[in-house]
Design a protein around this ligand. Structure first.
Ligand SMILES: [Zn+2]
Length: 330
């Protein structure tokens, strides 16, 4: 396979703290020999485990980028054993555009794996992670939230996997992250996901959904910072005591967890995030946009649980996810 065109501007394997970039050559109208400069910090102190820490996999999700920016200026080499590779804006073009996918090639990073060295910028970044950075890692944390179109109760997530040893290691790291909610997901369509790439390599992955709406809150950012620190301690990289608070375990058994809209319209949520919902409850109503005097369309929950995600914008389209119900694990 062709070599990947990305080159780091700093060493990845030297002790100390180095701030630089992953430089991806990108020739274009406004810069003939230009590059995409993806911010990168590597902090290392001797041999030990490596954590690969990413935010901005989707460019409109902000808890990860904020927590990782802070980590890059606060984590000291003398406080760790091993290495932290910090990439706050995984899909950097998307992050700069404030959009989920890349404005250059419309690439969705979490559907682009394993990537290609000769594809668009998103595929090239994916290929670099697949073939260069992930093989160096023992544990990966990939921060997500709902972006502009969804909002979530704050949870850390792992997957149900065929490899039960990897599944158990991922589960333990999710517990260490200690978000207010913890979810073990059976991914319906995992092809192309970064998560799948990490797990298939036998590495430990924790991902998150910490909020949404295209912004972040003081609370959701605090959850990201605490989780990051806890996972670094869990991995044996950082010394210290984990901060452990109560967490609610959730599961999502099947597609009945999801409520989709079959209409365009004005979105009326009938429950707020974290509230209990019973099977048959109207979780949202969709009002017509173009007239008065017509009843709304009711969207009902297909099972009883907790509202863990909702459509965020005030208007909704046919096919949009309106609500997600999670079931509490007792
Ligand atoms: Zn995301």
């Amino acid at each position: 396979m062709k070599p990947n065109p990305i080159s780091p501007t700093i060493p990845l394997d030297q002790d100390g703290i180095h701030h630089g970039f992953l430089r991806l050559p990108y020739s274009r109208d406004d810069s003939a020999w230009g590059s995409i400069m993806i911010p990168l910090t590597v902090i290392r102190n001797g041999d030990g485990p490596t954590a690969l820490l990413t935010g901005g996999n989707h460019g409109d999700e902000y808890e990860g980028p904020v927590a990782l920016q802070e980590l890059a200026i606060t984590l000291k080499p003398e406080d760790i054993t091993g290495r932290a590779i910090i990439v706050p804006a995984f899909n950097y073009p998307a992050y700069r555009a404030g959009s989920r996918t890349s404005p250059i090639d419309k690439g969705n990073m979490n559907r682009a794996f394993p990537g290609r060295p000769d594809g668009g910028p998103t595929e090239k970044i994916a290929d670099y992670f697949q073939r260069v950075l992930l093989p160096m890692a023992d544990i990966a944390v990939d921060f997500h939230s709902g972006g502009k179109t969804l909002d979530f109760v704050p949870f850390a997530a792992t997957h149900i996997l065929d490899d039960k040893a990897v599944e158990a290691a991922c589960f333990a790291a999710m517990v260490a992250f200690n978000a207010p909610y913890s979810v073990q997901l059976l991914e319906i369509d995992n092809v192309g996901m970064y998560d799948t790439a990490v797990e298939e390599m036998g590495k430990v992955l924790v991902s998150t959904e910490l909020g949404g709406g295209g912004s972040a809150t003081a609370k959701s950012i605090a959850i990201a910072k605490k989780g990051l620190r806890n996972v670094l301690i869990h991995a044996g990289i950082l010394q210290g005591e984990m901060q452990v608070d109560p967490t609610t375990r959730l599961r999502m058994p099947d597609g009945d967890c999801f409520v989709f809209s079959e209409n365009d319209g004005l979105f009326e949520p009938m429950f707020d995030l974290g509230e209990p919902v019973n099977k048959g409850d109207v979780v949202a109503r969709i009002w017509p946009l173009d007239r008065t005097g017509v009843d709304p369309v009711d969207l009902e929950a297909k099972l009883s649980g907790i509202l863990i995600s909702r459509h965020f914008p005030g208007l909704i389209k046919s096919g949009d996810c309106a609500a997600v119900i999670g079931l509490q694990v007792i």
